[in-house]
Design a protein around this ligand. Structure first.
Ligand SMILES: Cc1ncc(COP(=O)(O)O)c(C=O)c1O
Length: 399
């Protein structure tokens, strides 16, 4: 969006009360475009059925997970007290890194305060000015921001197109290259062709970085992730990032990969070195959730089953639901205002759904986004489909 004052002459003096006037004008422009966003604080005992969060396995309020968070805070304190290299690494962080790496089949892991900082770390530390980054057009904002921060050349490749990636890599002049993709794209829930991307990267001596935020806990045997599903876990040229905030019901992120990659990140990644370590409660909760998933691997299958069931029933009701590859189901809306109104109507009817609209959607198509939580009952799935279908706006149904 153009700066509202961009065309005005340079001003040497503005009254102190006026320096942020342009923000109000920008807010009006967003409102005109139907892009106003507001915060809503939820109650602890919200009666609304939640298909809007990312709690894919329904573990965030599992008593084992919440008890582990409380125990960790009681034992280690409310915060980690410092950056990971100074005082912010507890025994919990180390255990979490070891168990996460083992679970996903990676040599080593490094835990960050969020998935966002993990992505910034991987993209900045694994590239230099003589690197070409080939980044999928639909990648998550944190990968895009990582590309912006990296002092590398960035080429945006067409969505899920390994042939295009091959071609771009084939014409490169830079010494190194890194292919970057989400494993499951957060808007439509479609999975990336990871095996073909890996082949393309290998054919041209490039490394592969996969953001498995929506694959961990859902894809692969027992939820071990998209790299395991594609037979790429533990490969020497492949790195994954994950968040602990979705299937693992906590907060935080991690980079997983070859030991020398993890060592390099530990010693050079700015979002690791200059950031306070993950809070012990979050590390404890994620570790407990990971152990639950190991003990109960069917949780991953159930999340995928719920996704397929939701999508099939919404399609049968005439709506345009995407075929889900993981636990995200997206339903097309006729436009941004209709999508916002549809989501608000669902909430009033007792169902929380996500609403994606420009600029969060790379193709400009507004959608409802449903999280197929593995702990949903069949009755809850039926209710959710009924509410969404009954409240569908004109134009939402396929012709
Ligand atoms: C694909 C993807 N990558 C990274 C992130 C960022 O993770 P975090 O919320 O832990 O910062 C998210 C969303 O939250 C995401 O959907």
């Amino acid at each position: 969006m153009a700066h509202p004052l961009a065309s005005e002459p340079h001003r040497t003096a503005v009254a102190p009360g006026g320096v942020f006037d342009w923000l109000d004008e920008a807010a009006l422009l967003r409102a005109d475009a139907g892009l106003t966003r507001t915060l809503r604080s939820r109650e602890a005992e919200d009666p609304v059925l939640d298909l809007a969060g990312n709690d894919y396995l329904g573990l965030t309020r599992h008593p084992v997970v919440t008890r582990a968070a409380a125990d960790a805070a009681l034992r280690w304190g409310g915060g980690s007290t410092g950056s990971r290299l100074v005082t912010g690494t507890t025994a919990l962080h180390t255990e979490l890194e070891e168990e996460l790496a083992e679970f996903c089949g990676a040599e080593a892991a490094l835990v960050f305060s969020s998935g966002y900082t993990a992505n910034l770390a991987a993209l900045t530390a694994l590239t230099d000015p003589d690197t070409l980054i080939v980044s999928d057009a639909y990648n998550h904002a944190s990968l895009i921001d990582g590309c912006r921060l990296a002092r590398a050349d960035v080429h945006r490749s067409p969505h899920s197109d390994p042939e295009a990636v091959r071609e771009i890599l084939g014409g490169r002049t830079q010494r190194r290259a890194l292919v970057v993709s989400d494993s499951v794209f957060s808007v439509d829930g479609d999975a990336a062709p990871l095996a073909a991307l890996s082949d393309a990267a290998r054919a041209h001596g490039a490394a592969l970085l996969v953001d498995d935020a929506h694959g961990l806990g859902v894809l692969g045997p027992g939820g071990t992730g998209a790299l395991a599903a594609a037979g790429l876990a533990g490969q020497p040229d492949t790195v994954a990032t994950v968040t602990l905030s979705k299937s693992l019901g906590s907060q935080g992120g991690a980079v997983l990969g070859p030991r020398r990659v993890i060592r390099h990140l530990t010693e050079t990644a700015r979002t690791f070195i200059f950031d306070t370590g993950l809070a012990p409660a979050a590390a404890g909760a994620a570790l407990a959730a990971l152990r639950l998933l190991r003990a109960e691997p069917h949780r991953a299958d159930r999340a995928r089953e719920v996704a397929r069931s939701l999508a099939a029933r919404l399609t049968a009701a005439g709506l345009q639901a995407c075929e889900p590859d993981a636990a995200v189901v997206s339903v097309r809306a006729p436009g941004p205002e209709a999508a916002v109104a549809w989501a608000a109507d669902c909430r009033r009817a007792g169902l929380a759904v996500g609403c994606f609209r420009p600029p969060s959607v790379p193709d400009g198509v507004s959608r409802l986004r449903l999280t197929a939580r593995g702990d949903l009952t069949d009755d809850q799935i039926t209710d959710a489909v009924r509410i969404i279908a009954e409240l569908a706006p004109a134009g939402a149904r396929s012709r």
